[in-house]
Design a binder for this molecule. Sequence first.
Ligand code: ZN
Length: 411
Amino acid sequence: MASGQDIRADKNRLWASIMEMGRIGATPAGGVGRIALTALDKQARDLFVSWCKNAGCSVRIDAMGNIFARRQGSDPGVAPVMTGSHLDTQPLGGKFDGIYGVLAGLEAVRAMNDAGVDTRAPIDVVVWTDEEGVRFPGMLASGVFSGVYAVEDALARTDSDGISMGEALEAIGYAGEQAPHAHRPSAFFEAHIEQGPILEAEGRTVGVVMGAQGQRCFHVTVTGEEGHAGTLPMDVRRDALLGAARMVDAVNAIAFEHEPHPVITVGSLNVRPNSPNTIPGQTQFSIDSRHPDNGVLETVEKHMREACAAIADKSKLEIHFERVSQRTSVSFDSGCINSIREAAARLSVSHRDMYSGAGHDACNLALVAPTGMIFVPCERGISHNEMENAKAEDLADGCSVLIQVLMERAG
Ligand SMILES: [Zn+2]
């Protein structure tokens, strides 16, 4: 039997699996469009399940359509060590987001099979249903598994055509029978492309993810008064767009009051009546703010509210500043973080600690199990884009680190 340290991911096999999966829903520009609970999602699931069965795994489906492929351990009474991610993509997504983590888990199983390794605990490779939330927002399936949502509520959610998530699961044959909490793991690891530019810029291969930043989103409505662009003197105007523009600038400046900077984005703006020769009477805009520290998010919200209220006051405008969503930051388990760090060092894979800017299924899993994430670089940090790209060597190195931590945890 090989010692744990000898076991590495097979770079070419992992790459070939990712490329073959990428043909399901391939877009002309080289990306993937495989929205959850569609015929394409079913095709990808069927392929994954057939690969897992060929690798000797038993496969179970839970009520949310999450797929658990189990490599049996020597002690069936022990809780599984779990790894995985998602198969679905954005409408114009890439070949790596999500699927890398799923197929890195499968590659871990294949590599352990090749090496003839036995573990005490079983290893479950999991596919979480609908992470992207294109059709049913909210990372519902890993959320149900982690007790964030009740299974009946999640299955009753409807898409824009009035089809419920339960019906959509039935339609593709992935509505499982068993209770959603049947597979509580002793640890969960998710491998994923970084979806940001840091690792590539620093020439490092693995990001040891400390946690995921929190997010607060706001909807701001600024109300002034419409008027004739040619007749109303400048000093008596109540221009809602001018006020909003000053607020956008003020909100941006608040990001630079903190170190490290929170990321603050105004990405959507509506102007009423949106006419070239009418002074805007009302403007609505969005604010998206994110930071790893919930305390900083709280302070940022307070300062943004104050700054916008002061501008409204000075500009004789009314303002309605509403928080529309909130996600608290997540800290991953220090033991899992250490395992990943030490495995990377053991394998001489360059690495650094970092935070995730995006939400992942691992953020839900962190609520119920010791959890860690392994990031690998992607080209120019581009993701949620057909151009998304990554290097076979980096993907394999990240997978080799995953193999190490799975074997350590599974004993
Ligand atoms: Zn993803």
